[in-house]
Design a protein around this ligand. Structure first.
Ligand code: FEO
Length: 163
């Protein structure tokens, strides 16, 4: 069954959101890179790639359902933060927003009787649980080290291990 235009439009909008997250995490990576935090920068680069893959998952799905992918402009991301902690907090807030958007999409798919889209979106539901959890852990762990030089160096090294 070819995808309904209402669903196609909503999924295209989510592609833009995921690419926005890609851009936003890349900006966080650049910020940390400029502050010589190579581990944090590496972690956010990996995360930005994850977001690109999320966008591509939706992109491939729309095409597989006979829809049309419409790419729109990506808003310029924030580039400065008042502290390292505020970067971690922004990332967590971003994930909470995305979770809400995925839930809205599932509700739309349900109300339109689009079972295939609902099943496809289940992957995102699971993914958001993981993404929220890691983003929250980053916030809590950063608070735990209380901005001590030693703590920041160790945490930077730890996050830099992400593949
Ligand atoms: Fe694609 Fe981190 O949400």
């Amino acid at each position: 069954m070819v995808i309904k235009s209402k669903i196609e439009k909503a999924l295209n909008k989510q592609i833009n959101v995921e690419l926005g997250a890609f851009y936003s995490y890349l900006s966080m990576a650049a910020y940390f890179g400029s502050h010589h935090m190579t581990g944090f920068a590496a972690w956010y680069k990996v995360q930005s790639n994850e977001e690109f893959k999320h966008a591509m998952r939706l992109y491939e799905y729309i095409i597989s359902r006979g829809g049309i992918v419409v790419l729109t402009s990506i808003e310029a991301p924030q580039e400065q933060w008042k502290s390292f902690l505020s970067v971690f907090e922004s990332a967590y807030a971003q994930e909470l927003t995305v979770t809400g958007q995925i839930h809205d999409l599932i509700n739309l798919a349900r109300s339109e009787g689009d079972y295939a889209t609902e099943i496809m979106l289940q992957w995102f539901i699971t993914e958001q649980v993981e993404e929220e959890n890691t983003a929250k852990n980053n916030v809590e762990n950063f608070k735990f080290i209380k901005n001590t030089t030693e703590g920041v160096v160790v945490f930077d090294h730890e996050l830099g291990q992400r593949k």
